[in-house]
Design a protein. Structure first.
Length: 388
């Protein structure tokens, strides 16, 4: 156990129950994920059986009610999960899991009826029903107001048409939470409704799997909806109030991404410190060079600052305190932090940092999206500026 992990265990914001789950999850990742991750990168997906095993461990539904197989824990359990999958060195694995647990399925938890939860939540916590959230479009990412997907009422049903883009878990998910404009006269982001759409629904198809720079073992897709008939019982939450559901879950998503980014940065830094302490150069080892030591010390300092910012925002969120400003800081700071730390880590690995055989090379590709997905840095800084 490293020093920062020892400090976390002693004084961090995690209860004993979460720490016990952390230990189990860490063992699972060491034995079942890291040895197989390269093969998953080639296949472009995390096998379903691995997600079922994680369901059996109890980590896919920690935030949900015990009657659905959950544990009734708070946001700190999500932070722990993000930290541990972030340590795996495979960003695509982390994305697959966290989109399911903390970006897609919370839409059901937050807005679902008892009947909807009874129908889908047990499969979600077991890893049998994998979820995706489809809000982003070719011209509407962080700007939800630009959404063009439409749903019109047809009797008691809805007919949905449109295209979604960059959808994580989009190829292999079973249940999709889809945003569509239901009031064409509403201005801006108003008039959006969320729908639960199952794979195999007539008119719903995967347009194409997308080829990415990183997160290679995470499947990402373009989704196409052509006169998809959605029954009234699949409307999620209030009609025309979906924007608020999206915004509410963005808070959780951004805390989780911040925790993941810090864990990725810490893992790469640990690898780099170990490397420069044995890499011979100029009559000694790289660690003997003051410029190397100080840049890595600066990385560690900024990682610790990011981690504490994540914990602070998570505490506020758990307490029900309005914290859009703090969460936006988390997303902006930690996304950029992960990128800058990985830049230094690749640099100090030298030629080896540019080789596919080195985990740091893969991680440096994976973290690039941390400053883009879930709210681009520039968008997040505007949210902070609005509240200054």
């Amino acid at each position: 156990m490293t020093r920062h992990e020892t400090i976390d265990a002693a004084t961090g914001p995690f209860g004993e129950d979460i720490q016990m789950i952390r230990a189990q999850l860490r063992r699972f990742i060491e034995t079942e994920v890291k040895p197989m991750g390269e093969a998953w990168e080639e296949k472009g997906m995390v096998p379903r059986e691995v997600l079922r095993q994680m369901g059996a461990l109890g980590v896919l539904g920690m935030r949900y009610d015990e009657q659905y197989g959950g544990a009734g824990l708070d946001v700190m359990s999500s932070v722990m999960l993000a930290e541990e999958v972030g340590r795996s060195t495979f960003g695509g694995f982390s994305a697959t899991v966290l989109v399911h647990t903390d970006m897609a399925s919370p839409h059901l938890e937050n807005a679902g009826t008892p009947e909807q939860k009874a129908r889908w939540m047990p499969g979600i916590t077991e890893g049998e029903t994998i979820t995706a959230v489809a809000v982003t479009e070719p011209d509407a990412g962080s700007d939800v107001a630009g959404m063009r997907t439409r749903a019109v009422q047809d009797g008691s049903d809805w007919l949905l048409n449109g295209t979604k883009m960059f959808i994580t878990n989009g190829v292999h998910a079973d249940l999709y939470f889809v945003g569509a404009k239901t009031d064409p006269d509403a201005k801006g982001s108003r008039g959006i409704t969320m729908f639960a759409i199952e794979k195999g629904t007539k008119g719903f198809s995967v347009g194409r799997a997308l080829n990415k720079t990183g997160w290679l073992c995470s499947d990402t897709a373009e989704l196409i909806f052509e006169d998809v008939r959605v029954p009234a019982e699949n409307v999620l939450g209030e009609v025309n109030r979906g924007f608020y559901a999206v915004m509410k879950n963005f808070q959780n998503e951004r805390i989780v991404l911040g925790a993941m980014a810090c864990a990725e940065a810490q893992t790469a830094l640990d690898m780099t410190v170990a490397y420069v302490k044995q890499r011979k150069a100029f009559g000694g080892v790289l660690w003997n060079k003051q410029v190397v030591r100080q840049r890595l010390a600066d990385c560690l300092t900024r990682i610790e600052a990011g981690r504490q910012l994540v914990y602070h925002a998570a505490r506020l969120d758990a307490a029900g305190v309005e914290c859009v400003r703090e969460v936006s800081m988390v997303k902006a700071y930690c996304g950029e932090l992960a990128n800058s730390v990985h830049y230094d880590c690749v640099q100090f690995h030298g030629g080896m940092g540019y080789m596919r055989e080195n985990p740091v090379e893969r991680m440096s590709r994976d973290v690039r999206v941390q400053a883009i997905g879930g709210g681009a840095t520039e968008v997040m800084l505007e949210e902070v500026a609005k509240r200054m």
